[in-house]
Write a protein that binds this ligand. Structure first.
Ligand code: AMP
Ligand code: GLY
Length: 423
């Protein structure tokens, strides 16, 4: 089978790495990919948002299956365009991807179908939002409705911070049209977990639960990032809780989307807040998580290509996935300045040495090749991922690999996975 994978991050390197192991694959293209995906497939220089260009390529190369990594092409409707052209593609339609593309849509859906989530109000007028904030007690969370590259959520400890966030989104339009509407939501406390599943619109197959580390500094302090590390499995989501999430969140959401006339196929990712065994949904995403995918796919024993194909062909009913008993830990190595303005173009050393360690894969994210050398080109540069017999051992293995990699200005958290040791 000829497969086209769309995207260029660490998640896509992990997906390409896993897809390339499938006995069914004859050719793997990644558009646009990164230097890591070039090791396991062939990169084609078409941007992930160039839907017309990707469609022409898929038709010309007779691609058997296209797999979409990031949310933007999904919310732009790539699945609809490919399906109209008779091409097989894994991911939700434009109407279904609204679940991530609009927080107002997803919160209202959760309310209508009694899927547990934080109490919220939506606003499309700035004065109404401010009146509400002035009559409610902080902390509270202000969210831009649309996609804002992970920056559209502001946790506000004071009313002034909340008023400022509303101004930023609605008056200054810092996130463009994403901030035309906002949500003001109850602040939830607890432990976060990432719960992902693959669905064909009828059957929902859970992936192994994972935990992300969103804040830039150790101890979950400092501004939020796309994710500084992740591990799987996580003790925060016990087997009982997993069943509960399936019963109260994942299956009802897929049914709700069907009832709304937006049948959902692809990855359904629920960001959860868990407190004293109670689950609430913080958000839905319509794609795999980054960096959660890196440890999750390191543990998957089945053929990913076969599973994705079954999802596209609505044949998931007999699928249950097999997972390694080992724990996987992914440590993100980032460039100086991230998540603000960061440096680019610095040479990376030690990739071969780290990658040669047993049970370690160094997934590329923000890298480029310049004059034959691998250099930094993004904020999150690498996702160093290791398996271990338990979480302690996986942490040791991951940080051993991290210690072999260096560049001027490298930064990583030192406490990835440590939360699991506390449980
Ligand atoms: P979201 O994009 O909605 O998942 O928000 C990004 C991050 O903001 C989450 O991973 C949480 O860390 C935090 N967050 C979002 N909503 C809430 C909430 N209601 N209470 C506490 N933290 C939140
Ligand atoms: N790691 C968070 C996300 O993928 O949205």
């Amino acid at each position: 089978m000829k497969v086209l994978l769309i995207g260029s991050g660490g998640r896509e390197h992990a997906m390409a790495w896993k897809l390339s192991k499938s006995p069914k694959i004859t050719k793997l293209y990644i558009a646009p990919g990164n230097p890591g995906t070039a090791i396991v497939g062939e990169n084609v220089m078409i941007p992930a948002e160039d839907i017309a260009g990707l469609k022409s390529f898929a038709l010309r190369e007779k691609i058997d299956l296209t797999v979409v990594g990031p949310e933007l092409p999904l919310t732009m409707g790539i699945v609809d365009v490919f399906e109209e052209a008779g091409l097989k593609i894994f991911g939700p339609s434009k109407a279904a991807a609204e679940l991530e593309g609009s927080k107002v849509f997803s919160k209202e859906l959760m309310s209508r179908y009694k899927i547990p989530t934080a109490y919220f109000k939506k606003f499309d007028r700035i004065e109404a939002a401010k009146d509400y904030i002035n009559t409610h007690n902080p902390p509270m969370v202000v969210k831009a409705d649309g996609l804002a590259a992970g920056k559209g959520v502001v946790i506000c400890q004071t009313r002034d911070e909340a008023l400022e966030a509303v101004d930023l989104m609605m008056a200054k339009k810092s996130f463009g049209t994403a901030g035309t509407r906002v949500i003001v939501e109850e602040f939830l406390e607890g432990e976060e977990a990432s719960f992902l599943a693959i669905t064909d619109g009828k059957t929902v197959v859970p992936l192994a639960p994972a935990q992300d580390h969103k804040a830039i500094f150790d101890g979950d302090t400092g501004p939020n990032t796309g994710g500084m590390g992740a591990y799987s499995p996580t003790p925060v989501v016990s087997k009982e809780l997993q069943d509960e999430v399936m019963r109260t969140v994942m299956v009802p959401t897929v049914k709700a989307m069907e009832a709304e006339g937006r049948p959902y196929k692809g990855v359904l990712y629920a960001g959860l807040m868990i407190s004293a065994g109670r689950i609430k949904v913080l958000e839905f995403n319509c794609r795999l998580g980054d960096p959660e995918t890196q440890p999750i796919l390191m543990r998957l024993e089945d053929d990913l290509l076969e599973v994705l194909l079954k999802a596209v062909e609505c044949r998931l009913e007999d699928v249950s996935l097999r997972w390694s008993d080992k724990t996987a830990v992914c440590v993100v190595m980032a460039a100086r300045g991230y998540p603000g303005i960061y440096e680019k173009g610095t040479e990376i050393h030690g990739l071969a040495e780290a990658g040669a360690l047993e049970d370690v894969v160094v997934f590329h994210a923000g890298t480029a090749v310049k004059d034959g050398r691998v250099v930094t080109s993004g904020g999150r540069v690498l996702g160093v991922t290791a398996l271990g017999v338990d979480v302690k051992n996986a942490i040791e293995n991951a940080y051993k690999a991290v210690s072999l990699i260096s560049w001027d200005g490298v930064y990583c958290r030192k406490d990835i996975g440590r939360k699991a040791l506390r449980c």
